[in-house]
Design a binder for this molecule. Structure first.
Ligand code: FAD
Length: 335
């Protein structure tokens, strides 16, 4: 069904008020193609979304918003060690994780409780607690928004990086991801390398997938604000990757700073630390602010506008640049 002037407040976790000129929620590939061929939308901008947990609406969207609603999960193959699953773009991400954990299939358990849909998971290569979706993705199927042709990219072709993929670069705003195929392990190796996860599991002799999933859900519930209670889009900024010598110099001058290894010759610096050092943590500015427990999370109080959030983001970026000569980039997609 196609809706006109759709209110998006409940379709973005920041809870920002905005409208889409047209809204469609097609449930299969044929319906997506029918919507794309509908002459009413010829030449209009198209925005594809899932749960809106990584989006900031700065204004109304004067085009066609498509939210693919393909909700199947199918086992497409297996061998001695692995099982292959093809999940529709509209499957809730955490439902997919629970589905895998329930069956004893490992690979995505550290990504428990990340909001959003399967279709968005490869876009920014979702990651948490030492794991990224790129570790489990076999291929991504999509429809080209211009030609309406179906294609698929292998894991390598997706060019996954830290919160990055081809879908944020060359194919940005050019595709509708319809299905993602994953490879899960029948003999999972527990990844408890993150200190928080290790601490949570420390009382258990041989933690299993359920234990990891529960530990991560518990940690996330403690650390991150619930969008149902206060509008937010998770981490607003990406952690900046800087030359190693710059990171070590900064670390030597600041004992509270932890740096993480990135690609050769570079280190990742927690953007939360930079923002906190600039004095933003816990501060409120009108209807928006920086969360008191997590400086990387910008929050939208009742009545907030996208413009207020963007202004706050710019002030934070400027302060970090002035103080540390480091540029921080938004992780959130600004529409
Ligand atoms: C409380 C909270 C915690 C979070 N924690 C994490 C975390 O730990 N790690 C992490 O990586 N992220 C995290 N996020 C961010 C977010 O959950 C992920 O980026 C998620 O994958 C977004 O899914 P979505 O369905 O909401 O996508 P949306 O926000 O709807 O869209 C995100 C982007 O993907 C595009 N897109 C969405 N669906 C499709 C599709 N089918 N085809 C083509 N393009 C599409 C959109 O155009 C947009 O550019 C968090 C967010 C919140 C609110």
């Amino acid at each position: 069904m196609i809706t006109e002037n759709k209110e998006l407040k409940k379709l973005n976790t920041l809870g920002l008020k905005a409208k889409a000129r047209w809204f469609a929620q097609p449930a299969d590939v044929a319906s997506i193609k029918r919507v794309l061929s509908d002459t009413r939308f010829k030449g209009m901008p198209i925005l594809v979304t899932g749960s809106g947990s990584n989006l900031l609406y700065s204004k109304d969207f004067n085009g066609l918003l498509i939210r693919p609603d393909i909700t199947s999960i199918t086992v497409t193959g297996e061998d001695k060690n692995s099982v292959y699953l093809r999940a529709g773009a509209g499957v809730n991400w955490d439902t997919f994780v629970a589905y895998c954990v329930d069956r004893g299939w490992g690979g995505v358990e550290n990504l428990s409780h990340i909001p959003g849909c399967v279709g968005a998971s490869p876009v920014q290569n979702i990651g948490a607690y030492g794991s990224e979706v790129a570790d489990s993705v076999v291929s991504v199927e999509f429809i080209d928004l211009e030609t309406h042709k179906e294609s698929s990219l292998s894991n390598d072709e997706c060019r996954f990086g830290y919160r990055d993929s081809i879908f944020k670069r060359e194919l940005k705003s050019k595709t509708i991801i319809t299905y993602v195929t994953f490879c899960l392990s029948k003999y999972p190796v527990i990844n408890a390398n993150y200190a928080d996860v290790a601490a949570e599991l420390s009382g258990l002799k041989e933690p299993g997938l359920y234990d990891v999933r529960k530990a991560i859900i518990d940690i996330r519930k403690r650390k991150l604000p619930d969008p149902e209670v206060i509008g937010n889009a998770g981490s607003f900024f990406k952690n900046p990757v800087v030359p190693e010598d710059m990171a070590f110099k900064l670390k030597n001058e600041n004992s509270s700073l932890k740096v993480f290894s990135a690609q050769s010759g570079f280190s990742k610096i927690p953007a939360a630390w930079l923002i906190e050092q600039c004095g933003f943590k816990g501060k409120r500015f009108g209807n928006v602010g920086v969360h008191p427990n997590q400086a990387l999370v910008l929050v939208a109080y009742e009545g907030a506008t996208g413009e207020e959030l963007i202004n706050l983001a710019h002030s934070i970026q400027k302060s970090v640049l002035d103080k540390f000569s480091i540029e921080i980039e938004p992780e959130v997609n600004i529409i």
